[in-house]
Design a protein around this ligand. Structure first.
Ligand SMILES: *Cc1c(COP(=O)(O)O)cnc(C)c1O
Length: 228
C-alpha cells in the first residue's frame, strides 16, 4: 500500500473510534481529504483507496486538479477564502463551498452557477473564537445570511463550518465546538436542507466528533506536511 492509503486507514480508524466513544454512528461523519499543495497524483492515490471527497483552498490550483481528474467521480469542496473575482471559477467547478460569509459572495455564486449543474452546496463559515485573524461571521449573524442563501435558487444551504483559534486550551476548544453544535442544531430546525457541520482537522478531529461534527477536513494526516 502507498503511504497515502495507509494514512487514510489511520484517519478512518480515528474517526471510527471517536464515533464509538461518543455513541455515534461512524456513518454520520464524512472524511474530506484536503489536497491543497499536493498534486493530482496524490489525489489519484487517495481516490484509488476509496476516498471520494476532496477539499481545495486555492481556486486556480483546485481548478487545475479538477480538470486533470475530470474522468474520476470526485466530489470537490472549496474550503479557502473567497475573493469576488474567483466566484465564477468556484461556481463552475466545485460542488460544495464551506467558506461563505457575505451576501455579496453568495449572490455571485448563485448568479454564476451554470444552469446545467445542480445547485451549489453552501456552508456558512463561522468565526467561533471571535479571532480577528480568522474569517467568518459571528453566531448572531447566522440567521440573516442563512435566510438569504435559502432564497437563492442555485444554492442549497447545507450547514456550518468553522476553524477555531489555534492557541486554545482543551476546554476552550471544546467550548467553541459545543457552541457550533448548538448553532447548527438551531439552524437545522429552520432549514430541512441543513445536514452538515464541518469542523475538525488533523489535530482536533476527536474533539470535533465528540461535539457533533458531521464532516472533518483532514490534510496533513493523510498527505503529510505541506512544504510550500
Ligand atoms: C488546510 C486546511 C485544513 C486541513 O488542515 P490539516 O491540519 O492539514 O488537517 C482544513 N480546513 C481548512 C479550511 C484548511 O485550510
Amino acid at each position: 500500500m502507498t503511504s497515502i492509503a495507509t494514512q487514510i486507514d489511520t484517519v478512518v480508524a480515528r474517526i471510527r473510534s471517536s464515533c464509538i466513544q461518543s455513541n455515534r454512528n461512524p456513518e454520520g461523519v464524512k472524511l474530506l481529504a484536503v489536497s491543497k499543495r499536493f498534486n493530482s497524483d496524490a489525489v489519484e492515490q487517495a481516490f484509488a483507496h476509496g476516498q471520494r471527497a476532496f477539499g481545495e483552498n486555492y481556486v486556480q490550483e483546485g481548478v487545475e486538479k479538477i480538470q486533470a481528474l475530470s474522468a474520476l467521480p470526485i466530489e470537490w469542496h472549496f474550503i479557502g477564502p473567497i475573493q469576488s473575482n474567483k466566484t465564477k471559477d468556484i461556481s463552475h467547478h466545485f460542488s460544495w463551498v464551506h467558506t461563505v460569509e457575505r451576501q455579496k459572495i453568495a449572490q455571485r455564486l448563485n448568479d454564476q452557477r451554470p444552469s446545467d449543474m445542480p445547485p451549489l452546496n453552501v456552508l456558512l463559515q463561522v468565526n467561533i473564537s471571535n479571532d480577528p485573524a480568522k474569517s467568518g461571521i459571528l453566531v448572531e449573524q447566522i440567521n440573516e445570511l442563512a435566510q438569504f442563501i435559502d432564497q437563492q435558487p442555485n444554492l442549497i444551504l447545507r450547514g456550518l463550518m468553522t476553524i477555531p483559534a489555534a492557541e486554545q486550551t482543551e476546554a476552550e476548544l471544546n467550548n467553541d465546538f459545543l457552541t457550533m453544535y448548538s448553532a447548527f442544531t438551531q439552524l437545522q430546525q429552520q432549514y430541512a436542507t441543513c445536514d452538515t457541520l464541518s469542523m475538525g482537522m488533523s489535530g482536533d478531529l476527536e474533539q470535533a466528533i465528540a461535539n457533533g461534527s458531521t464532516l472533518v477536513r483532514v490534510g496533513t494526516a493523510i498527505f503529510g506536511q505541506r512544504t510550500n
